[in-house]
Design a binder for this molecule. Sequence first.
Ligand code: SF4
Length: 356
Amino acid sequence: MLTRLLGLNSEELRQRLQEEGEPAYRGDQIAEWIYRHQAHTFAEMTNLGQTLRAQLENKYQVGRSRVINVQHGQDGTAKLLLEMCDGALVETVGLPYPEHFTCCLSTQVGCPIGCVFCATGLSGYTRNLEPGEIVDQALTVQEEMRSSNSPGNNDIRRLDHVTFMGMGEPLLNYEATIKALHLLNEELGMGMRNITVSTVGLVTGIRKLAQEKLQVTLAVSLHAPNDNLRRKLIPRMGQWSVAEIIKACRDYIRDTGRRVTFEYCLLGGVNDGTAEAHQLAVLLRGLKCHVNLIPYNPVPGLAFKAPSSRQIQVFREILSSAGIQVTQRFQRGQGIDAACGQLRQRAMKKAPVEQY
Ligand code: SF4
């Protein structure tokens, strides 16, 4: 297979072009085409000579994915199913808000964590994504949202926020995640503070990330305030207790000065009771944090249901009265396969991809 250039930074592209006997500035030109102009082919790079373009085509590819399905929600949300160069299917989502434009990126093909309520977990795990494949999702979402006529998309600005919250556990694909966020920052010009890295609570990964001293936001998907419940919901993460996760977050806040966000998916009748809310309030007392409540989006084939509006409100009030900053993530993408992994799962059922 031809070598992918998407995923190399400007410095690496300069070196690569020098190895090809070209002046270093050609690497900068290619970086500009790939990351700023979102070129898919060398033919688009009109300030490179034809001979150089032909030479590059023999050995390299830009390495962009192919969009194989797009679903648009009434609110402007776009969910894309992308096919990577080896046929792997990956989901990504574009979320336009009045004040910013966010993209939710996947870091793995499927997910090995297997949270029992998640559609991605249902379809298993294939491989890690490479840095270029992660950044490709941001470039593709931006292109799609700009070119689409879906409601609310007429005035799409440049993508300015990214969350690593799609398929997969970013901290299990640590090196690629770190490289991708440097590419987003240095090549796409996105502020580190506008990047959120989500984890289901890998203590070793949280501690490693803290040492990078980056200004990214850490979001920890807790989903349960005690070990018993957490082990039922996320059975493969039983090696770290809730207390150990909170301790790692406390140290992260100390080392980076950044507030941590706790994601809590409210599953009707499972983890949304007043007892769990009080436990969570005690657990997070005094921590520089913010809780994001996510009402569950039911997934066909899974027995979990959405929480009632009343229970969401009660849960929220208990946290607020304990002095914890809490927000509720409003469901976006109504009318599309909004839960992470559903679009891919549907496509795999229809037309299984050979390499799986
Ligand atoms: S919720 Fe996240 S960590 Fe859990 S299985 Fe789904 S993608 Fe993986």
